[in-house]
Write a protein that binds this ligand. Sequence first.
Ligand SMILES: *[C@@H]1O[C@H](CO)[C@@H](O)[C@H](O)[C@H]1NC(C)=O
Ligand SMILES: *[C@@H]1O[C@H](CO)[C@@H](O)[C@H](O)[C@H]1NC(C)=O
Length: 189
Amino acid sequence: MEVIIVVFALVSLVGTYAQSPSSSCPEVSVVQNFNATGYLGKWYEQMKYPFIFELDAKCISAEYSLNPNGTVRVLNQQINIGTGHPNSIEGTARLDSTTGEAKLLVNFPTAPIHFDSPYWVVATDYVSYSVVWSCAEVPLIGKSTHAWILTRERNPSRDLIDKALSVFEKQHLSTTSLLTTDQQDCPKQ
Ligand SMILES: *[C@@H]1O[C@H](CO)[C@@H](O)[C@H](O)[C@H]1NC(C)=O
Ligand SMILES: *[C@@H]1O[C@H](CO)[C@@H](O)[C@H](O)[C@H]1NC(C)=O
């Protein structure tokens, strides 16, 4: 019984960390005719809603490549701010629709809590920036919301970040809880 309570407390903490008062996910429109091939490769995290497993991390990147079975291999890398040590986590993503919409599901089998998380590409030009949205209504737990601004360059221009932020505003998504990811003094990855 205690174990169950602890697990639930942990899950609800994760689930509510960046939560807005409403308990249902907002309507968000995503990229149409998504070119998954064009989206592959390396992305650097610039901003995100705080995510409990990454709070002590910097130099965060994500690399997407094709698995032989047609799914996408996800390799997230980061540096622990306290120890300076690198660590990484691997997962699998698959397209969640046959409609050409940029709605993926990502699973990290080794994560402390793992389930298929939505990964919706709200806007991208494939070559410089991407805005990613993830909202799930988890039974008994509530809404779990995440968002990321990713860029192809580790240290992009302020204009590019502003362009990505304007996507949030256009879709009425909160920018107030976005945290900037430290991408200074990073090892070559
Ligand atoms: C998708 O992206 C790839 C890689 O950039 C490109 O070669 C291809 O032409 C794109 N496909 C479409 C339909 O735009
Ligand atoms: C596809 O391949 C990857 C890597 O080998 C594996 O982790 C994943 O479970 C496979 N997915 C499916 C749906 O077969």
